[in-house]
Ligand binder design. Structure first.
Ligand SMILES: Nc1ncnc2c1ncn2[C@@H]1O[C@H](COP(=O)(O)OP(=O)(O)O)[C@@H](O)[C@H]1O
Ligand SMILES: [Mg+2]
Length: 248
């Protein structure tokens, strides 16, 4: 971990200030305030339709907030197109993975490096991806669409890592995966944070898993933050679990 990551009071890497995002008339985010500090894993949890995906899309520039600011590395990036934001070391692994099914594993990774022109650097990043996910190395020439859901999720993450992001946005990486793959994916997310110092904003419906690896968490419900704090505290609070996390 670099000194930056442990400097108390360091400026946040990402900050949302009173962010409002709409789909037409639908008010999906109603004044979100959220910070992610360098070196953190922050979980954003909440049920279906809470606004988790919309939050990530608003951060990565796929959606423009109608009101409020998205501050990344000290700059207001609201309204800047995603491809420009991606050149600033931010990567978004979308919900449902969205790998290219007709491209091989290697080709999918190379697409992830489209902003990089240096061939040697691209090859180095491909090899780093293979080191992190040996399973992808074994399937280097296989078409993405022929792999299992868990393998496709690994590929989606490896593709996002091709730009060596400072901030990684992960949208429900465990969705639809078997328990073994869920474990494997969360292990990797934790390792990326611990060993590479990657800062992560992790969106999950699987609150238990997310809270287990995050330092802090926000609970989102119908477009509003209901609760935020230390992940362990939220995980151990039964009334919170009942009220917001769908526990019986
Ligand atoms: N493409 C869309 N068009 C209209 N409404 C949408 C669209 N996508 C999401 N919404 C609405 O925005 C709200 C937040 O959705 P979303 O961010 O996808 O939630 P989550 O990811 O937490 O399940 C929901 O009410 C949802 O119905
Ligand atoms: Mg979603």
């Amino acid at each position: 971990m670099s000194a930056d990551n442990i400097t108390a009071g360091a400026a946040p890497l990402l900050e949302l200030r009173d962010v409002h995002t709409y789909y037409g008339q639908i008010h999906a985010l109603k004044g979100l305030n959220l910070t992610v500090n360098p070196g953190e894993i922050v979980a954003l949890i909440g049920g279906n339709g809470a606004g988790k995906t919309t939050t990530l899309k608003t951060v990565s520039g796929m959606m423009k907030p109608k009101q409020g600011q998205v501050i990344y590395q000290g700059q207001n990036i609201s309204g800047i197109p995603s491809h420009t934001i991606m050149q600033r070391s931010m990567s978004h692994v979308p919900e449902g993975r969205r790998i290219f099914p007709q491209l091989t594993v290697r080709e999918n990774l190379e697409v992830g490096a489209f902003t990089i022109t240096n061939r040697k650097l691209i090859e180095q990043r491909v090899q780093e991806g293979f080191a992190l996910f040996p399973r992808l190395k074994e399937r280097e020439t296989q078409l993405g669409g022929t792999m299992s859901g868990g393998e496709q999720q690994m590929l989606a993450i490896a593709r996002a890592l091709m730009v060596s992001p400072k901030l990684l946005l992960l949208d429900e990486p465990s969705m639809g995966l078997s328990p073994l793959f869920v474990e494997a994916i969360f292990d990797i997310v934790e390792r990326l944070n611990r060993e590479h110092g990657t800062t992560i904003l992790l969106v999950e419906q699987n609150a238990n898993m997310a809270l287990a690896i995050a330092q802090r968490a926000y609970v989102l419900q119908t477009g509003e933050i209901r609760l935020s704090g230390n992940a362990a505290d939220i995980a151990s609070d039964e009334s919170v679990r009942k009220a917001y996390l769908g526990d019986e």
